[in-house]
Design a protein around this ligand. Structure first.
Ligand code: PRP
Ligand code: URA
Length: 214
């Protein structure tokens, strides 16, 4: 039986995204170039994840006449990067949406248990009234993404989306199960997780490659 495509998961197959992702996967890519590419892909993914934002009409006056013109409805977005690697997307996203608010979520993955451990959380107080876009380059076991969304929901967030660069099938299934209403955007769904919870073929440790900490 043909497998049903999940409408909650969008693979961004734009050639620019795919090309840049291929460059990033290359183990010889420099820290500087890796960071630059992640920033550029952040802009392109921002375009996709915001594609269906609600629009309202407003009256403006051009030099020639009055007109009704579209603007984005509702309160400003919240971008929620999962530290550290999620920060790599943030500048690119903020270039596209400069007025967005930012929620920082500090989580690291315990290397033995692969459970997410929180070390920092700071979010806008009116997060309940805003769309929140959670970002992290890697969705591996999904423990970090699930913990981040749990925490944002605890704080009142109701309208959430998740954007990543690479996802493992195992992580997507777990995230969809834990938070079925949170749609996912990714540039690729890779083959599987290895015994250490790394995405294969993947690109290695995103945080280490971005900050040169290996
Ligand atoms: C990486 C990555 C995600 C997480 C994904 O972060 O940036 O946050 O692992 O794995 P998961 O889906 O199995 O939870 P890491 O814990 O290495 O922290 P870092 O970004 O500070 O390097
Ligand atoms: N975190 C990473 O940075 N890379 C992986 O492949 C899995 C988790």
């Amino acid at each position: 039986m043909a497998s049903q495509k999940d409408p909650g998961v969008t693979v961004v197959d734009h050639p620019l995204v795919q090309h840049k992702l291929t460059l990033m996967r290359d183990k010889e890519r420099s820290t500087k170039s890796f960071r630059q590419l992640l920033n550029e892909i952040g802009m392109l993914l921002c375009y996709e994840v915001t594609r269906d934002l609600p629009i309202t009409m407003t009256e403006i006056e051009t030099p020639l006449q009055k007109m009704q013109a579209p603007i984005i409805a509702g309160k400003k977005l919240v971008f929620a990067p999962i530290l550290r690697a999620g920060v790599g997307f943030l500048d690119g996203m903020l270039e596209m949406v400069p007025a967005a608010r930012v929620a920082h979520i500090g989580l690291y993955r315990d290397p033995e248990t692969l459970q997410a451990v929180e070390y920092y959380f700071k979010a806008p107080s009116d997060i309940a009234d805003r769309m929140v876009i959670v970002m992290d380059p890697m969705l591996a076991t999904a423990n970090s993404a699930i913990a981040a969304v749990d925490r944002l929901k605890e704080r009142g967030a109701k309208d959430l989306r998740f954007v990543c660069l690479l996802a493992a099938p195992e992580g997507i299934a777990k995230m969809r199960d834990a938070h079925p209403e949170v749609r996912i955007w990714t540039a690729s769904i890779d083959s599987h997780l290895n015994d250490h919870g790394y995405i294969v073929p993947g690109l290695g440790d995103a945080g280490d490659r971005m900050f040169g900490t290996k």
